[in-house]
Design a protein. Structure first.
Length: 154
């Protein structure tokens, strides 16, 4: 399969959950101009506990969403702000086509804002829609200190 290659455009080190949330807010501010013009997908990669959900909390807050954001690991997806933000957790997806079965294509056609945690699990589906959507790849990993996180925006 021909894989899309991504270059790291920015590398940020955060020292606590609040700073990781602030990065999520900044990502929204950098991409909100696409709202209503095309779907905006934030594709998050990273180990368990690396800060993916914290980043989504900051993104949601910057969007004006007051809902309590939690990772939808067991439900696969959640909506916040009366459908303003779709949050998908692909960790338990065994076949990337399951992403399509939960309405991913319709969300793209409806030009929604979508966050996909564990995006590497469904990378082949995401690669097929590159060009039709605004996609921001974000990799989160542990830093040297306990609360430190390395965030790479691709």
């Amino acid at each position: 399969m021909n894989r899309v290659k991504y270059q790291v455009m920015e590398k940020i080190i955060t020292n606590n959950e609040k700073e990781t949330q602030e990065v999520g807010g900044r990502l929204w501010k950098q991409n909100e101009q696409y709202l209503g013009k095309q779907a905006v997908v934030f594709a998050l990669e990273g180990e368990l506990g690396a800060g993916k959900t914290q980043l989504v909390k900051g993104l949601a807050k910057a969007m004006g969403i007051k809902d309590d954001v939690i990772s939808p690991t067991f439900t696969l997806e959640a909506e916040y702000g009366l459908g303003k933000l779709a949050h998908i957790d692909a960790w338990r997806i065994e076949d990337s086509r399951e992403l399509l079965e939960i309405g991913f294509e319709k969300r793209i056609m409806d030009k929604q804002v979508i966050v996909v945690e564990w995006a590497d699990q469904v990378k082949d589906v995401l690669e097929k829609v590159v060009g039709k959507i605004k996609i921001v790849w974000v990799k989160l990993s542990y830093g040297a200190k306990d609360d430190e996180r390395i965030i790479e925006i691709k």
